[in-house]
Write a protein that binds this ligand. Structure first.
Ligand code: PRE
Length: 255
């Protein structure tokens, strides 16, 4: 269990355990978003026409929700990164002593713009069937939950990298000083762990996405979404971007 203020709450085993738990959140997020068809109006700035706001419905929902959550203190936790960090209001609630585990350079890493583009242009077309049921606000809300879960997972690379650095500074320091991105990437990569992640994610997606029924004659092949979307999400984007965050973090680690 985490003790506030302590600097030693993260270990390689504990961050990996956390990443495994985050898989559940991401897979449930995929299932929830897959309930809705593509609902393309949600993403169309010309459709929305919201007085006083320039942008799409999903941007409207994400930006305004982030404003409220910022006031409620969400971004005081170094595990959270906003999609619209510009002009976020400060927290209005008493502060909590989150462990200061990361190097201060971590604060300048936010790749949510790439995550946003990947989500809209690569993931959604795989996940949502084409169609329009008018539930744009609900669609945007499910986009927000899934985006936040994916963003948290990818930026968790900061914690993974800090743990790895503390475990072997003598291996990382020369590569950091040489700004050797390729060498760092190689050093932080564990191919067998990545393979286990992908396989577990596909298995979880199959299990969580099953129709549960009390009638044994019923077709239990019915699925809430295609489980290979989850493993493709991890293989093509989640794992590579988590590694990119680790490299970016390490490059700032000695500054
Ligand atoms: O578990 C680690 O060591 C991580 O760095 C996380 C992760 C992943 O994104 O799942 C990324 C790189 C490693 O090659 C293995 C797995």
């Amino acid at each position: 269990e985490q003790s506030p203020g302590s600097g030693n709450v993260y270990t390689l085993a504990s961050v990996r355990e956390d990443l495994i738990r985050q898989e559940d959140t991401i897979i449930y997020g995929l299932i929830e978003r897959a309930k809705f068809p593509s609902n393309s109006h949600t993403y169309d700035a010309k459709y929305a026409q919201i007085p006083g706001f320039c942008g799409s419905l999903v941007e409207f929902v994400v930006k305004n929700t982030e404003d409220i959550q910022a006031k409620a203190g969400r971004y005081k936790n170094p595990e959270e990164n906003p999609f619209f960090p510009e002009n976020l209001p400060p927290s209005s609630v008493p502060s909590y002593p989150f462990p200061q585990f990361l190097h201060p350079g971590a604060a300048s890493i936010n790749i949510n713009k790439s995550i946003w583009k990947m989500y809209l242009h690569e993931l959604l077309p795989l996940l949502a069937t084409s169609g329009d049921d008018g539930n744009y606000a609900q669609t945007a809300a499910s986009d927000l939950s899934l985006l936040q879960a994916v963003s948290k997972r990818i930026h968790y690379g900061k914690f993974v990298a800090e743990v790895k650095f503390r475990d072997a500074p003598e291996d990382y320091e020369p590569l950091i000083r040489a700004k050797d991105r390729e060498g760092l990437m190689k050093l932080l990569t564990f191919t067998s762990v990545e393979e286990a992640v992908r396989m577990r994610v596909e298995k979880k997606a199959t299990v969580f996405g099953q129709e549960v029924s009390l009638d044994s004659n019923e077709d239990n092949e019915k699925r809430k979404f295609d489980p290979s979307v989850a493993s493709r999400l991890y293989k093509n984007w989640v794992i590579p971007l988590t590694k990119e965050v680790q490299v970016e973090y390490l490059l700032r680690r000695l500054g």
